[in-house]
Design a protein around this ligand. Structure first.
Ligand code: NAD
Length: 442
């Protein structure tokens, strides 16, 4: 099938590339000229395991193209995906300006019947808005072209996005048009080798809602466990043991119950907020969702509070080694990463930071911590330890899992570790002479 994907970010680039890998011909469109130019030169703007090879292979095979010109590519295509950002607006709702801008551009240039698929995460009712916007533009051109707006929320995880897309747990498609559903089934069926059970079809509004509910549910599990970790600390229990104790119950399960420094990234924070806002707009106060958010906001500071408790309110003259900046491993994404909040808190109290992350240092340097004085970046985790008063682990990258603790002991001013991701063995480290602070254990 001939496809166009509008918005070549984490979702657009991964989806477009995976569709191309399955034999479709895909054009990825973006308004960012620099990004498109780099992609045509084989430079991938994001870090995502396996993506670079796949992009290059399909680009060489001419099954994947990149362009800034939507109108040139709409002519030949059957399905258009909208995969632009829906960031958090000032009032907490999802900002739909990019989605509606794209709808306008589609309406301005479409010449034949199309299926327009919304892959961006959008509040219930957005498909209707997209439909109205396209119709408005077609009316201006005196054209009567039929088209369907389908909801196909994306569930990929950054860091494992290719895998998630190529072997999805499920694909949700919302549409009232049997013809559109038929084409979408045909497009996705190669991703389900044995059965199509995991291709779930429903009405558009339920599909739009499904994405928010999935993210809100996962965020709830995280905040719930973080709250339990804080209680464990107070009562002298060990949350690591409690986690294993409850995860073995199949009704609960082990996933998403790891205590840590709170959820971040481009999705959970904004989607939880947007769902709360949608409820409010309909006269409902979503108390549980509000609490999930409140717990998370506080959780980001649990580690910096431990540092302050240990070293005092004034951190002037103190140096901290930071391992990990990205909001989670295997990505360079730092949107809403706990590291941003923790580092700012420590620097504001006078501390100096020596940071290392395998992939996210460029993001930190040039964007998220750009104007923050007192932060320096190093090429390896061990270099950050020199003269530092403690090491603070904030992202659970594999290379941090089993470090040379003797090296840490040798280099740190004092052997102190603050672990924001509960990666290490408490008994082992205390036996070695470390002061080891975790989440959810005294
Ligand atoms: P992103 O910010 O990485 O990429 C969005 C891209 O859209 C940018 O490259 C931007 O230049 C481009 N764009 C904006 N306006 C445009 C226009 N008029 N025409 C063409 N391109 C335009 O965003 P993302 O992380 O890929 O997220 C996209 C959507 O998918 C969001 O709604 C997000 O919530 C959702 N989502 C994201 C993830 C994730 O893990 N990142 C997972 C599932 C769903």
């Amino acid at each position: 099938m001939n496809l166009t994907v509008i918005g070549t970010g984490y979702v657009g680039l991964v989806s477009g590339t995976c569709f191309a890998e399955m034999g479709n011909t895909v054009t990825c469109i973006d308004i960012d000229k620099d990004k498109i130019q780099k992609l045509t030169q084989g430079i991938i703007p994001i870090y995502e395991p396996g993506l670079e090879t796949m992009v290059k292979r399909n680009y060489i095979n001419k099954t994947l193209r990149f362009s800034t010109k939507l109108s040139e590519h709409l002519e030949k295509c059957v399905i258009v995906f909208i995969a632009v950002g829906t960031p958090m607006g000032d009032d907490g709702s999802a900002d739909l300006q990019y989605v509606l801008q794209v709808a306008k551009e589609i309406g301005k240039s479409m010449t034949h019947s199309l299926i327009i698929v919304n892959k961006s995460t959008v509040p219930v009712g957005t498909a209707d808005k997209v439909h109205a916007k396209i119709k408005e533009e077609l009316d201006k051109r005196n054209l009567d072209i039929s088209f369907d707006v389908v909801s196909n929320p994306e569930f990929l995880k950054e860091g494992d996005a290719i895998n998630d897309f190529m072997k999805p747990d499920r694909v949700v498609i919302g549409s009232d048009s049997e013809e559109a559903l038929e084409k979408m089934r045909a497009l996705y069926s190669p991703f389900f080798r044995s059965s199509l059970d995991r291709l779930i079809t429903m009405d558009v509004r339920s599909a739009e809602m499904t994405k928010y509910v999935a993210n809100a549910m996962l965020a709830t599990k995280i905040s719930f466990m973080n709250e339990i970790a804080n209680i464990c600390e107070l009562v002298g229990a060990d949350v690591n043991k409690v986690r294993i104790g409850i995860g073995s119950d199949s009704r609960i399960g082990y996933s998403f119950i790891y205590p840590g420094s709170g959820y971040g990234g481009s999705c959970f924070p904004k989607d939880v907020k947007a769902l709360k806002k949608t409820a409010q707009e309909h006269g409902y106060e979503a108390r549980l969702i509000t609490s999930v958010e409140d717990v998370n906001n506080a959780q980001k500071f649990v580690i910096s509070n431990k540092v302050i408790k240990r070293f005092g309110e004034d951190l002037s003259g103190k140096i901290f080694s930071i391992w990990g900046l990205a909001f989670k491993p295997e990505t360079d994404d730092m949107r809403e990463a706990p590291a941003i909040y923790i580092i700012k808190e420590l620097v504001n109290r006078g501390a100096k930071i020596q940071a290392y992350d395998p992939k996210a240092m460029k993001e930190a340097k040039h964007f998220y911590l750009k104007d923050l004085k007192g932060v320096s970046y190093f090429d390896s985790k061990y270099e950050t330890l020199n003269n530092a008063d403690a090491m603070i682990l904030l992202t659970e990258w594999k290379e941090f899992r089993s470090p040379d603790f003797e090296e840490l002991q040798k280099q740190l001013n004092q052997p102190i570790i603050f672990d924001g991701r509960n990666q290490y063995n408490h008994e082992r480290l205390t036996k070695m002479g470390f002061e080891y602070y975790q989440i959810g254990r005294k």
